[in-house]
Design a binder for this molecule. Structure first.
Ligand SMILES: Cc1cc2nc3c(=O)[nH]c(=O)nc-3n(C[C@H](O)[C@H](O)[C@H](O)COP(=O)(O)OP(=O)(O)OC[C@H]3O[C@@H](n4cnc5c(N)ncnc54)[C@H](O)[C@@H]3O)c2cc1C
Length: 289
């Protein structure tokens, strides 16, 4: 499905956004293979998963959503665990019934994140509480829009909250290895979710960590120390009182201008006070001047 002038705010967890000139919502691999290379010839592309790390302005390009590419199957199962093939748009939470039933570990630390998709988690090498996607990813099927082919990468490069994707192409499916848990995974998830709820503003529209943690430091701590915790724009975009590195769209009235204003302010203050240049973790997507 190809939509024109599609509003974007509701497609993200922070609920900020203008519109996309085109919004491509493929529901089969064939559709991805046929249409994406054509679109890539004429437009800039942005690949969207659950939108939990994305902040949109207006985008005069094509947003390619994995939303309708969902589902998973067990490829191999033995005493060492399970190998799963999972479509990119599958929300991580869709794996919960299987994980609980078979007591599997690997993504339990990420299950409390709203709307996170498997493709987005791999692209960002999402991680929490000492675990990250790189440890369980056994391969990625992706479309290279220039070659127009679905390719398989067994050992993708992963960095801190980064990978070779989306630069190499649109992730269609991934292979994930989940292993037996040494204690009940249901209990682990319960504990971690409650820890997350206490330290993060899950009740408000947010895009997670705004900045990456500089080596040996914490962005949230630095933002607190320069006095930005709780600081808001007039449209109600604030550095959260619960976690200064999370921007919250308090009244759902903020726009990209508010985001850029707070990002610039934070970078300026932290650079001045600590001689550290913060780097954005959130993806800002806009073709506005
Ligand atoms: C409340 C909250 C808490 C969070 N806590 C954490 C945390 O503890 N740890 C953590 O790491 N992150 C956290 N995040 C951030 C976010 O959930 C992760 O970055 C996650 O990996 C983004 O997944 P997504 O599907 O929402 O991706 P999106 O926001 O849709 O996209 C993020 C990036 O992935 C790329 N991408 C998405 N799908 C594809 C695809 N199919 N092919 C190629 N590229 C793709 C996009 O182009 C973009 O570069 C949190 C976010 C929120 C809102």
């Amino acid at each position: 499905m190809l939509l024109k002038n599609e509003p974007l705010a509701d497609k993200t967890t922070i609920k900020i956004g203008g519109s996309a000139k085109l919004f491509f919502l493929p529901s089969t691999l064939e559709e991805v293979k046929e249409v994406l290379p054509l679109l890539a010839q004429d437009y800039p592309l942005y690949y969207l998963g659950g939108g939990s790390n994305t902040i949109f302005g207006n985008f005069k390009g094509v947003v390619v959503s994995s939303h309708s590419l969902r589902g998973f199957r067990v490829i191999k199962e033995n005493s060492e665990g399970i190998l799963l093939e999972v479509w990119a748009g599958t929300p991580l939470k869709d794996l919960i019934p299987l994980i609980f039933e078979k007591n599997l570990c690997g993504i339990e630390t990420l299950l409390g994140i709203p709307r996170i998709s498997v493709g987005g988690a791999v692209a960002m090498n999402a991680g929490a509480y000492g675990k990250e996607m790189s440890q369980i990813t056994e391969g990625v099927y992706y479309l290279d829009p220039l070659k127009g082919e679905i390719l398989f990468e067994e050992n993708p490069y992963f960095g801190y909250r980064s990978s070779e994707f989306p630069q190499r192409g649109f992730i269609c499916k991934v292979l994930l290895r989940l292993k037996p848990c040494s204690s009940p995974v249901r209990e682990i998830v319960k504990k971690l979710n409650s820890r997350r709820r206490k330290s993060q503003p899950l009740e408000l529209p947010t895009a997670g960590s705004t900045f990456k943690n500089p080596e040996g430091n914490f962005a949230g701590k630095l933002l607190e120390e320069v006095g930005l915790k709780g600081f808001c724009t007039e449209n109600g975009l604030c550095f959260s009182q619960k976690h200064a590195n999370f921007l919250v769209n308090f009244w759902q009235k903020a726009n990209l201008g508010d985001v850029l204003k707070l990002i610039d302010l934070a970078k300026e203050k932290v650079l001045k006070e600590f001689n550290l240049l913060l780097e954005e973790e959130v993806k800002i997507v806009s073709t506005d001047g």
